[in-house]
Design a protein around this ligand. Structure first.
Ligand code: ACM
Length: 754
């Protein structure tokens, strides 16, 4: 009787468990892509009876894993002493401390690593194999074997909390999101002209005065005249909050590197303690963006202050590195200061750059004496590099090349590929940004190892970092929009072996990750279904082709300046361009428009598709469209300079020759230049045109404050085959302006010949 009872019970239980279906298994789509991944037959089913065991050193990681399951799936798994169904095991044969093996069979999940770091990354890969939302309490996981380790030891994300200040909860969310992508360094930019954000107990005025500005610039810096909101703004992190964030990051295998800017970007500190500056005139915490001339004076008051600050900072951050800034320090105040000039003479320094080098080297010595190393932006190369410094190359890759050749460690964060404050789409609907254009694919295709380095020198490249300067990001939602999904692409640049990198494959994995971002409430940008287009010329016939990156969707368009709809013309073949034409198009999924509206004006003119030669190639970072972009009929974006239409040059002079194929009657040339002075881009002052080697016009271009400058030159109609245009660079930017003392960039998007 008793036996029958037990058999019936067992049968009932069996039926019950068979009725519970595991969730649908998602295809493995891990970002960043692992080094090696072999899929196997079968599914592992995770449920509340799954047991977990771990070696003692993995306790924290195991807790992170079970907490994640509890919070995300309401699933509590049981810990057991050994032989758990899920096991965290130490494997001393693994050499790299961030390496891990993840093996999933229908019966078991095993994560092996040498250290907690490796185990943590094993967990991150495992979690990405779980569907993020499931109504089932049985979670199916595909069977596979992964062996994985990173490409670079430094995988960073930066956050500027000086321009805008973000709450502790957001900083933690940012760290969480970095951890999921196996990023390991959070560069916390804590001091700025517009606000000092870390509590320093010895200097209370940093909290009372330097942490607040009286108001903030409205709109873009380039909008003239400047307008302000009239509202006091600011805040700072207490030392307790800093400790909390550092500990939170550490549990997620992330090191926090604090940045305390010197000698520039220090106006807020000088506002609080005027004796740190070079003049007796009081300054206020900055209320607009840019580079400011009030920088620390290299006097004893400054060094005492900075050493005291560093003492308190070092006590809060276990990081090996302290970032000391070093960028954008105009030397005007030092040039005009009697004290500085005497100091230069007395210490036999070459000039103000020598003084900057002295400043950084002296602070490095102090920081080294506390057992820490410095990182500085690439300006620390000017006047001589401090002996042990690591260089963060941001103005391009030249700083990295120079520093690596001097056998200094480098981190690559060039503006062209790593500045997440730049626009990511050419849509007009994008939120206001500082400028530039950095789409997902450009981030993805970044190679942090400059070609100019030998394999020996390349060993000094520690890795890469995404920079998030927040002048134009007032809210956390806006920060998220600028960071995601570009951080996903960067995580693959930093972690994935280049042989495994492929943008198409990355895009196929992206939708799974976007679901995770939805779950975590991340406000990401989604330009996946956006259109792109190209001009084609066959003999004299000009056509325009449209392309959507996503298969299986339709494209519809209009040519009458109205937005496209589900009933607009279906795009089936390239559109013939007989005159100036504006195309408006979008991707549709049946009746639903799934992309933003793509708008392109094609200027029909006589140089389209002709032969073009340049005296110097465009700068590598701003040559996406190649020289043909100058005569393809398409203008670049009116606010951004980094798209495929704008070409950037840094040479003293540029000469462009267009061969029209045969003699054509022409009477005008229209050129457009970018004039984003905040980004060091200036329209030229002069342009000269030659027709078949005879000078036809030389015209001056008036100085303008507009963001783009269109210049039209006309002459009496004349037949010619060769049109040569000579454009000298603007030259050195005036002191006191952004980029003062540096040579300006020249950006052109189109040469219209009619
Ligand atoms: C920087 O972007 N000023 C480092």
């Amino acid at each position: 009787m008793r036996t029958t009872y037990y058999l019936t019970l067992l049968f009932a239980l069996l039926i019950a468990s068979c009725q519970k279906k595991p969730s649908a298994v998602i295809p493995p789509s891990i970002i960043p892509k692992p080094l090696s991944q072999t899929t196997k037959e079968g599914t592992f089913v995770l449920h509340s009876n799954t047991s977990l065991s771990y070696d003692a050193s993995f306790k924290e990681v195991a807790n992170y894993f079970s907490t994640f399951l509890k919070e995300t799936y309401k699933l509590s798994i049981n810990e057991t002493n050994k032989n758990g169904i899920i096991q965290f095991v130490t494997n001393t044969e693994i050499k790299h401390e961030e390496e891990y093996y993840l093996t999933i069979t229908p019966q078991k999940i095993k994560i092996e690593s040498k250290t907690t770091k490796g185990a943590f990354y094993g967990v991150q890969s495992l979690l990405q194999l779980l569907p993020i939302k499931t109504i089932s309490d049985q979670i199916g996981i595909p069977c596979l074997a992964i062996k994985d380790k990173p490409q670079f030891v430094y995988r960073g994300m930066h956050l500027d909390v000086g321009r805008h200040f973000f709450p502790v909860a957001f900083v933690k969310k940012y760290i969480d999101m970095m951890a999921m992508l196996k990023m390991n360094t959070f560069h916390w930019h804590l001091t700025e002209d517009q606000g000092w954000r870390i509590e320093i107990k010895k200097y209370p005025k940093l909290q009372e005065i330097a942490a607040y500005r009286k108001e903030t610039l409205i709109g873009h810096y380039n909008d003239q005249p400047h307008k302000f909101d009239g509202k006091k703004y600011g805040g700072y992190y207490t030392q307790e909050e800093v400790k909390e964030i550092v500990a939170y990051a550490s549990e997620r295998q992330i090191t926090v590197i604090p940045e305390i800017e010197m000698p520039g970007h220090s106006q807020a500190a000088i506002a609080a303690y005027p004796e740190l500056g070079c003049t007796d005139e009081p300054v206020e915490v900055a209320t607009k963006w840019g580079v400011f001339e009030d920088i620390y004076c290299p006097n004893e008051a400054t060094f005492t202050f900075l050493e005291d600050v560093i003492d308190e900072v070092i006590a809060l951050f276990p990081s090996k590195y302290i970032h000391i800034g070093g960028d954008e320090a105009p030397k005007t105040k030092w040039k005009n200061s009697k004290f500085c000039q005497q100091f230069i003479k007395k210490n036999k320094l070459k000039d103000e750059h020598g003084l900057q080098s002295y400043f950084i080297t002296r602070m490095e010595k102090y920081i080294n004496s506390k057992g820490k190393q410095i990182i500085g932006w690439d300006e620390i190369l000017e006047g001589g590099l401090a002996p042990n410094a690591t260089v963060m190359s941001w103005r391009g890759i030249e700083g990295a090349i120079e520093a690596a050749k001097q056998h200094h460690d480098v981190i690559l964060t060039p503006g062209s590929h790593c500045y997440f404050d730049h626009y990511q789409s050419t849509n007009d609907g994008e939120p206001l940004a500082i400028g530039g254009f950095l789409p997902l694919e450009k981030v993805y295709n970044f190679n942090p190892i400059p070609e100019e380095l030998t394999p020996e020198e390349a060993k000094y490249v520690l890795g890469t970092q995404g920079n998030v300067w927040t002048e134009y990001m007032k809210t956390t939602a806006h920060v998220e929009y600028m960071v995601f999904p570009r951080i996903l692409a960067l995580s693959e640049v930093a972690w994935t072996n280049p042989a495994n990198k492929n943008f198409e494959n990355f895009k196929s994995r992206l939708p799974f990750y976007l679901k995770r971002l939805d779950h975590f409430g991340i406000n990401y940008a989604n330009h996946l279904y956006e259109l792109s287009g190209t001009v084609d010329v066959q003999k004299e016939k000009v056509t325009y082709s449209l392309k959507s990156d996503t298969a299986g969707k339709t494209i519809r368009y209009t040519l009458d300046n109205t937005p496209p709809s589900a009933t607009s013309t279906l795009y089936e073949h390239p559109i013939t361009i007989d005159e100036d034409t504006t195309i408006q198009a979008a991707s549709f999924d049946n009746q639903e428009q799934i992309s933003s509206t793509f708008v392109r004006k094609i200027n029909k003119h006589k140089a389209i598709g002709k032969k073009i030669t340049l005296s110097v190639p465009p700068n590598e970072a701003y040559n996406a469209g190649g020289k043909e972009a100058l005569i393809n009929g398409i203008n670049g974006h009116h606010k951004r300079f980094g798209d495929k239409e704008w070409l950037g040059f840094k040479d003293d002079s540029l000469s462009i020759t267009i061969d029209l194929g045969d003699q054509k009657e022409i009477s005008s040339l229209t050129t457009r230049f970018h004039n984003g002075k905040g980004q060091w881009i200036y329209a030229p002052k002069k342009i000269t045109v030659y027709l078949d080697d005879v000078k036809i016009t030389e015209s001056l271009i008036p100085i303008s404050e507009d963001l783009t400058v269109t210049h039209k030159t006309t002459w009496k109609a004349k037949k010619a085959q060769l049109v040569k245009i000579v454009i000298p660079n603007y030259g050195k930017i005036e002191q006191g302006k952004q980029g003062g003392g540096h040579k300006a960039w020249l950006f052109i998007d189109e040469l219209i010949i009619k």
